[in-house]
Design a protein around this ligand. Sequence first.
Ligand SMILES: Nc1ncnc2c1ncn2[C@@H]1O[C@H](COP(=O)(O)OP(=O)(O)OP(=O)(O)O)[C@@H](O)[C@H]1O
Length: 226
Amino acid sequence: MGETVLALRDITRSYVSGDETLHVLRGVNFELRAGETVALVAPSGTGKSTLLHIAGLLDHPDGGVIEVAGRDAGRLPDKDRTAIRCSEIGFVYQFHHLLAEFTARENVALPQMIAGTSPSVSRRRAEELLGVFGLGHRLNHLPGKLSGGEQQRVAIARALANAPSVLLADEPTGNLDVSTADIVFDELLRVVRGSAVGALIATHNEELAARMDRVVTLRDGILVEG
Ligand SMILES: Nc1ncnc2c1ncn2[C@@H]1O[C@H](COP(=O)(O)OP(=O)(O)OP(=O)(O)O)[C@@H](O)[C@H]1O
């Protein structure tokens, strides 16, 4: 297993509404290594989104330390956090969120161009990545012309486009039928294991969770192994 790509230390987060304070994260500790796949199991309402948003630098914790690719990302100004998010973190959601008017290749090239990569290099990497996911013959298709499994493969390729250190996924195959989910999920694990990215993948599916290197469960505001 490679170096640590994401470290969360003593992360706390509460929500205040009216007189009530809800302590959602009470001291989360977690380390993710390059090439590692970790299942995040979190019953509904226990703080999965809160945790993924904090790990993805989309939200601030109340306390604790977040290190992404060895950098203390929590204390940086927003501009630097955005740069780290763009280059070091890839996101995959249950729904693909592809841009409907852009082709598969353009969807995968776009985050690279936003990060400053030239259009020609971005397009080439997009083609390579789509090829890895068996979509070399679908480069010029608009998302609406792709199957659900193909759309989600494009979304995963897009998340990996900037060669991030960390992949955060929330039920990445939750919107697919069982057999397609099975195949796409295995492709995702294969690509992560053959790369330097570490993946934290939230799922309610125990069978999928068991395919990952490790399972962590969010319980009473902390992460426990297994
Ligand atoms: N902005 C907010 N203000 C107040 N309470 C909030 C806020 N965001 C989330 N919560 C509460 O914090 C708890 C955790 O929310 P979170 O969205 O992280 O849960 P989750 O585990 O992702 O749930 P689900 O899987 O159902 O989406 C919930 O009880 C929710 O109602």
